[in-house]
Ligand binder design. Structure first.
Ligand SMILES: [Zn+2]
Length: 201
């Protein structure tokens, strides 16, 4: 994990709490994935920067990636703002990026603690790296689940409030998803720790 200094970035102590809570989420008895997550805070204070284009951002991700960790660890970065603009977080071939300005805006809009938004977004994006190279059913084209609780009511066809509480639900950023790191059975089944996107490829 790398952390960029910035007007919206949580302090290091808060980030440590966030990482511990994400790790607990993956191995939680009731709603976890049966996965033990280990994390390393590599660079806690990289200088503030705005990414003016995708190339600059990708180079920043690659340059800041620790060569000793890269063979097993997913590279995640907490930044002020990333591209594409407007999203809370994303997983791609250069790693996982969480954009704090959007986490803060989202938390203000929905009266949710910003640390919760960051926690669940980080868990969501890490999970994307573990279910690569899907998508295949029951996941949709974006690698999200229309029916994470498997009760037959698909998101967008009927309305199933419970689906929206799951980490990988295909419902966009619903506030209920940010309360708890909650894995569904189809997500757990699709996870493959040997093929972490951006690490083993
Ligand atoms: Zn997603």
């Amino acid at each position: 994990m790398d952390r960029m200094d910035g007007p919206t970035t949580p302090q290091v102590a808060q980030l440590v709490d966030i990482l511990n809570d994400v790790a607990r989420g993956f191995s939680n008895n009731e709603w976890g994935a049966g996965v033990r997550m280990y994390w390393v805070l590599d660079q806690p204070s990289i200088g503030f920067q705005i990414f003016n284009n995708q190339q600059i951002q990708d180079n920043w991700m690659d340059t800041n990636r620790n060569p000793w960790l890269r063979t097993e660890f997913i590279h995640a970065a907490l930044v002020h703002q990333g591209l594409p603009d407007g999203v809370l977080g994303f997983a791609y071939s250069h790693g996982v990026m969480i954009t704090c300005v959007h986490a803060v805006l989202y938390s203000n809009d929905h009266l949710i603690a910003v640390s919760n938004v960051i926690k669940t977004t980080l868990a969501h994006e890490i999970t994307h790296t573990l279910i690569y190279p899907a998508p295949q059913p029951p996941f949709d084209a974006g690698n999200h689940l229309p029916d994470p609780n498997e009760n037959g009511i698909l998101y967008g066809v009927g309305f199933d409030e419970d689906d929206l509480t799951y980490l990988m639900c295909a419902g966009g950023a619903y506030p209920t998803r940010f309360a708890l790191i909650k894995f569904s059975n189809p997500t757990i089944k699709a996870m493959d720790l040997r093929t972490k996107w951006s690490v083993e490829e």
